[in-house]
Every structure is written in structure tokens, then in C-alpha cells.
Design a protein around this ligand. Structure first.
Ligand SMILES: NC(=O)C1=CN([C@@H]2O[C@H](COP(=O)(O)OP(=O)(O)OC[C@H]3O[C@@H](n4cnc5c(N)ncnc54)[C@H](O)[C@@H]3O)[C@@H](O)[C@H]2O)C=CC1
Ligand SMILES: O=C(O)[C@@H]1CCC=N1
Length: 272
């Protein structure tokens, strides 16, 4: 019997992050080699309409696609893994973006030898400015990592880390976009309190965030030096930073990221 012909990728779970990845891959390669498997019929129809991709069930995903990208919630992952187990083999590559869920747990739910790559992406993938961080499971080869990296590079930058760092990475780049959105929300509210119209305050802070991000990426200077360049002696910035320090914003950030890390570890456990 000849080996099954499998091409391309199946996105399993077309929610927020599944759609971000799907959109980038379709933008790069077209819809022909991408299929989607989504529990909600309404959502599946929406994705099919928006991206021109075919909707399949889990067995169809495994028979059609070589790469199975699992983008369901950590709490929901046992169901698709159980259903896929009878349909996957060592010629597949399973890529999971589920926070906290270890490659060992995924491997244990599948037949022996199936390669698994764990990825922590983030939502700026929607605008091709994502940060995806990959780790290999026990059966994933360098070629499997290269393949996963090739897919994720459609939506932004890609880095590799040992899996032991993935829960920490989740607290940094996985949840990270939300910290910046939160800061902008707070700064816009403060601007309104100072008398600036809300819409203008939003425009000023979004452009300021973008300008600051591009400087951090492109100037070759670290954030400390960039901040020093904004801080005139005895000026407005120094007055503001003194207040941030007085309110222990650094301490709050450390506590927030420790909580994200702890929750990632917890999500990977049996209670999710
Ligand atoms: N939202 C984010 O910023 C990030 C999310 N992640 C991870 O991505 C995963 C998905 O997160 P979101 O997209 O935010 O969640 P979501 O709730 O928006 O999407 C999950 C989707 O999976 C579908 N689904 C659930 N069970 C299914 C099944 N058995 N078969 C097919 N489809 C099924 C749901 O209907 C839903 O559309 C999570 O594991 C999360 O940890 C990772 C990095 C960033
Ligand atoms: O909040 C979460 O659990 C997911 C993982 C990283 C970002 N969103």
C-alpha cells in the first residue's frame, strides 16, 4: 500500500491565535494547503468564508495535512488529542501552541514516535509582528523544528528555547502584548484626566508606543539608555519616573509575570 499523500497544514482550533496563524499562512502561501478544524460550526463557516480554506474534522485533518497545529485551550486539549490518536503517525508533525501543556503530555496521548513541537506565539502575529518561541519534544528532529519555524516565520519572528523555559517565555512574550495594552489604557485614562480628549490621547499614546518600540528594535541602544535620553535633568520625565518608582511599578511587573508563569505551569498540570 502506498503512503498517504499529506500536504500542508491543519489548524485545529480557529480561535484568536488559530486565526492569527491561519491568516498569516494563507497570506503567504494561499489557501490550497491549509485546512481548518473548528468545534463551532458558525466559527468554521466564518473562517472558510474569510480565508477560502476548507473545513475538515479531526480525522480529515490527519489524513490531509502533515502538520497538525493545535490551537485549542489547554483545558480542551485532551479531547482533540484523544480523537487524533487513532489517526496520527510518526510522519506527522504536531505543533501545539497551548500554554503550559508539555510536549511529554502530548506525546503520551499519541502513538509512540510522533514528533511534537511546542510553540508560544503571541497575537501581534495578526499583523505579522508576532514573536513565536519553539521547543522540540522528545521525537522532534532539527528538520521538524525547521519546518515549524518556517511556518511561524509567516507571522513574525521565531526563536528557539529549551522546553524548560517555555512557561517563563509565556509570561514574557505570550502574555506580553496585554501588558503594553494595559499600560496604554492607563496612560490614555491619565491623559483624559489631565484634560486631553480621549481620541487624541489614544492617538498620541499609540504612536508613542510604536515610536518607542521601533527605537528599542532599531537604535542599538538598550531601554535604560533610551529612557535616559528622554529624561532632561530635573525635568518632567524624572518627575514621572520618581512616581513610578514610588508606586513600585517594577515590583508590580515582577509579581504580574511571576503569576503568569505560575498559571502556565498550572495549566500544564492535570487540573488545568
Ligand atoms: N490568545 C493568545 O494571545 C495566545 C494563546 N495561546 C494559546 O492558544 C490556544 C488558543 O487560545 P485562544 O485562541 O486565545 O483561544 P480561543 O478560545 O479564542 O480559541 C480556541 C478555539 O478552539 C476551538 N476548539 C476547542 N476544542 C476544539 C476541538 N476539539 N476541535 C476543534 N476546535 C476546537 C474553539 O471552538 C475555539 O474557537 C490556547 O491554548 C492558548 O494557551 C498561545 C499564545 C498566545
Ligand atoms: O492568557 C493565556 O493563557 C494565553 C497564553 C499566552 C497569552 N494568552
Amino acid at each position: 500500500m502506498s503512503a498517504p499523500v499529506r500536504r500542508g497544514l491543519a489548524v485545529i482550533g480557529g480561535g484568536r491565535i488559530g486565526e492569527a496563524l491561519l491568516a498569516g499562512l494563507v497570506r503567504r502561501s494561499g489557501p490550497a494547503d491549509v485546512v481548518v478544524c473548528e468545534r463551532s460550526e458558525e466559527r468554521a463557516a466564518e473562517l472558510a468564508d474569510r480565508y477560502g480554506v476548507e473545513v475538515v474534522d479531526l480525522a480529515g485533518a490527519a489524513s490531509r495535512a502533515r502538520v497538525l497545529l493545535l490551537a485549542v485551550k489547554p483545558q480542551d486539549i485532551a479531547t482533540p488529542l484523544g480523537l487524533l490518536a487513532g489517526h496520527v503517525d510518526a510522519d506527522h508533525l504536531v505543533v501545539s501552541v497551548a500554554a503550559g501543556v508539555t510536549t511529554a503530555r502530548i506525546e503520551a496521548a499519541l502513538p509512540p514516535g510522533v514528533p511534537v513541537v511546542r510553540v508560544m506565539p503571541n497575537t501581534p502575529a495578526l499583523v505579522e509582528e508576532g514573536m513565536s518561541v519553539l521547543s522540540a519534544g522528545a521525537h522532534a528532529s532539527e528538520a521538524d523544528l525547521d519546518e515549524a519555524e518556517g511556518l511561524l516565520s509567516a507571522v513574525g519572528q521565531v526563536r528557539r528555547v529549551p522546553e524548560a523555559q517555555q512557561d517563563a517565555v509565556t509570561a514574557l512574550s505570550g502574555s506580553g502584548p496585554a501588558y503594553f495594552f494595559y499600560l496604554v489604557e492607563a496612560m490614555v485614562d491619565a491623559g483624559v484626566a489631565l484634560g486631553v480628549p480621549r481620541e487624541l490621547a489614544g492617538d498620541l499614546m499609540v504612536q508613542t508606543a510604536l515610536g518607542a518600540a521601533v527605537m528599542m528594535r532599531d537604535s542599538g541602544q538598550d531601554p535604560v539608555a533610551l529612557r535616559a535620553a528622554v529624561s532632561s535633568p530635573n525635568g518632567t520625565t524624572v518627575a514621572a519616573i520618581e512616581e513610578l518608582d514610588r508606586h513600585d511599578v517594577r515590583g508590580a511587573m515582577a509579581a504580574a509575570m511571576a503569576a503568569a508563569h505560575a498559571r502556565s505551569v498550572e495549566l500544564g498540570g492535570p487540573q488545568g
